[in-house]
Design a binder for this molecule. Structure first.
Ligand code: IMP
Ligand code: MG
Length: 174
């Protein structure tokens, strides 16, 4: 089946928003160092762009979790596929996500990270689909709230493709 991607948020819109979030984080964390945790693979493009826009000292680490045990629906059972390299104890941590959908993955992840004793723990997501929320999660920084559509680009995939698109789009089948 042929498919194409319809643009939802242009590269310029996404870049401008990331710049804004970077400025906000730089203000909120003035005089401190932030430790960014990227949730792979989707959060990688967003984290790299965001990190470039943060003016306070930045360190980062990566984590990979899977919540979709082969199924297409988030089960709430989160498996750590790759854990962090470094301790987050006493650090000002910001978890960087591509999108919050049901919220199941994030709520589990945040609880687990909280137990490791960070000085602070915040959540930053490029996209949020509030209509889809099943588990309540407190989001500190949101790029865009979007309707309940399946989106790709800027790290988000459809069957592992389209992560490299420099914009956010909706996959449409012809
Ligand atoms: P949840 O919030 O636990 O339901 O899961 C969020 C994860 O589901 C995200 O990190 C993405 O990997 C994936 N996901 C949710 N919505 C989309 C979408 O529209 N496009 C691509 N991946 C999505
Ligand atoms: Mg993800």
């Amino acid at each position: 089946m042929a498919e194409h991607v319809r643009v939802m948020l242009t590269e310029e819109e996404v870049d401008a928003k990331i710049k804004e979030i970077g400025e906000q984080i730089s203000k909120d964390y003035a005089g401190r160092q932030v430790h960014l945790i990227c949730v792979l693979k989707g959060g990688s493009f967003f984290m790299c762009e965001l990190a470039k826009r943060i003016t306070v000292p930045v360190s980062f680490d990566f984590m990979s979790v899977s919540s979709y045990g082969g199924d297409t629906k988030s089960s709430g059972v989160v498996k750590i596929v790759k854990d962090l390299d470094d301790s987050i104890k006493d650090k000002d941590v910001i978890v960087i996500e591509d999108i919050i959908d049901s919220g199941r993955t994030l709520s589990y992840l945040l609880e687990m990270l909280q137990q490791r004793g960070p000085k602070s723990l915040s959540l930053c997501t490029l996209l949020d689909k509030p209509e889809r929320r099943v588990v309540d999660v407190k989001v500190d920084y949101t790029g865009f709230q979007i309707p309940d559509e399946f989106v790709v680009g800027y790290g988000l995939d459809y069957d592992q493709r389209y992560r490299n698109l420099p914009y956010i789009g909706i996959v449409e089948f012809d």
